[in-house]
Design a binder for this molecule. Structure first.
Ligand code: G
Ligand code: G
Ligand code: MN
Ligand code: NA
Length: 254
């Protein structure tokens, strides 16, 4: 209960931080970033989302937290408009099922995008397969509304959930993200490679983009390239870092 109260306090008192991790193409150029929230706790230091997102989900705090992430992400995108180095960098935000299932979620996004002058075509929302379990129709309708505005959608952690391929076909997605679990074992375990190959082929046949998460070694990167995946995210390129450090690293590269 006290952690819950502390998290509520954190959301209201500016203790959350958006860290960014680069999304990189085969030439090594940063084409986007994924925002990963952190909690700058006054005594305990920086806390990873793995330690408080589940609590936020259980308590409903994921709604104000998700709202903060949406605003902070759109504020960054608005700011980036002025910076020529960032002109082609897209930003991906993680959206929890509960957040997405609010009936007015699409309106919320449109309001925040407009308020911060964020270019919607540079905003990607990452959803998870669990959305399909409860309300596929509502999910598809909200996605269509936001796509009209220019917002893109990625399916996160792909392959770890339960989504039926029939539903996958119905979703107006732009990108599949290959989960870190499949990337990690690519060069170790005989099963991982055919699984990654299948996910990549599936993305291709559905006309979707594909990005691999958790790429840590150049061997993994090479296997992915040979399978047809040309976008990557992971410690091989960078660690999630505060937005200012992310931007600094960009200018050092170019
Ligand atoms: O950074 P780390 O590996 O600890 O992240 C743990 C989990 O927290 C990941 O599954 C990630 O998707 C999730 N996460 C990170 N940032 C956000 C966020 O802003 N919103 C939501 N809903 N989940 C997030
Ligand atoms: O579930 P989601 O994909 O949104 O979260 C991604 C998480 O994976 C982040 O918390 C991030 O810190 C973590 N991560 C990113 N790159 C790597 C990596 O190369 N290796 C490992 N082990 N974790 C990573
Ligand atoms: Mn994600
Ligand atoms: Na993921």
């Amino acid at each position: 209960l006290t952690l819950e109260r502390e998290l509520r306090h954190a959301i209201d008192h500016d203790e959350l931080r958006l860290y960014l991790q680069a999304q990189v193409n085969e030439a090594g150029n940063t084409i986007g970033a994924e925002a990963l929230v952190r909690w700058q706790h006054p005594e305990r230091g920086m806390i990873s989302p793995g330690h408080f997102i589940p609590l936020a989900e259980q308590t409903g705090l994921i709604l104000p937290l998700g709202d903060w992430v949406l605003k902070e992400g759109c504020r960054l995108l608005g700011e980036w408009r002025q910076d020529p180095r960032l002109q082609h960098v897209k930003l991906s935000l993680n959206v929890s099922v509960r957040q997405f299932q609010q009936p007015d979620f699409a309106d919320q996004v449109m309001t925040v995008v407009a308020a911060y002058g964020a270019p919607p075509e540079r905003l990607t929302l990452e959803l998870t397969e669990s959305l399909l379990l409860s309300d596929p129709e509502g999910t598809i309708n909200k996605m269509k509304t936001l796509r009209h505005l220019g917002v893109s959608f990625a399916l996160d952690d792909f392959g770890t959930g339960y989504s039926s391929l029939a539903y996958l076909k119905l979703l107006p997605l732009d990108t599949l993200k290959i989960d870190i679990a499949f990337v990690r074992d690519l060069t170790l375990d005989m099963q991982a490679k055919p699984i990654a190959a299948t996910i990549i082929a599936l993305a291709e046949s559905l006309g979707l983009g594909i990005i691999a998460e958790g790429v840590e070694t150049d061997d993994q990167r090479l296997v992915l390239v040979n399978l047809g995946c040309h976008l990557f995210q992971g410690f091989l390129f960078d660690r999630p870092a505060p937005a200012l450090d992310f931007v600094k690293a960009l200018s050092a590269d170019h």
